[in-house]
Design a protein around this ligand. Structure first.
Ligand code: URA
Length: 202
């Protein structure tokens, strides 16, 4: 097995037995799966959402419901297929009733996300929604640039990862297009920012 695949599999195995997680019992009770991530283990770009919803927890696949359809459409608009990119979330198990993730849930799953980033070594990290924006901007020491998502969506920030330079782009969560239709245009515009940057690495 490819080394990256092996390391990602280890992460999956650890999360499967993560009894310390406040979401572990809820996963077991509902026969849900943890959602680790999916896509190209050599992707130049990684998308980071919030937490799995019901469809995701039932299948173990990120963004496979209605927000996922929007994400696939947005990727398509810039000529990327899901298999070209890597898609994951900060929180790997579904919070009950799709509520916002709690700080202690983010804290327990974030080290796994950090390992995923260092395994895949993306050149671009696109955050989807304010929770992943907030976490990633702080993690990459962009605290001074951190602002509300309405101010910094679609902007590109340069940062340093353990493996070299990385560009961070905060984006709105694709689900906003489902309840605020005009936001879809904003998402398309923000995604178009990715194109030039992405082409630099190909
Ligand atoms: N919303 C997210 O943030 N992640 C998913 O995987 C699905 C919906």
């Amino acid at each position: 097995m490819d080394n990256r695949t092996e390391q990602l599999k280890e992460i999956r195995d650890e999360i499967l037995r993560l009894k310390e997680s406040p979401l572990y019992e809820y996963r077991k009770k509902n026969n849900y799966y943890p959602v680790i991530g999916e896509g190209n283990h050599y992707a130049k770009i990684m998308f980071i959402g919030e937490a799995p919803g019901e469809n995701e927890a039932k299948t173990g696949r990120p963004f496979c419901g209605s927000a996922g359809r929007v994400l696939t459409e947005l990727l398509d608009s810039i000529g990327l297929r899901r298999m070209d990119v890597y898609i994951t979330n900060i929180v790997k198990d579904r919070p009950p009733d799709n509520r916002d993730p709690l700080p202690e849930e983010i804290a327990i799953y974030a080290p796994f996300l950090e390992r995923q980033i260092n395994i895949i070594r993306p050149k671009i990290i696109a955050t989807l929604g304010r929770f992943s924006m907030d976490y990633i901007m702080r993690k990459f020491l962009l605290l001074l640039e951190l602002d509300s998502i309405s101010k910094i969506h679609g902007k590109v920030f340069k940062a340093k990862a353990a493996y070299g330079e990385v560009f961070i782009i905060p984006l709105y969560h694709p689900a906003v297009a489902l309840y605020r239709a005009p936001m879809k245009k904003v998402l398309f515009e923000d995604f178009s920012v990715i194109t030039d940057l992405y082409n630099k690495f190909n």
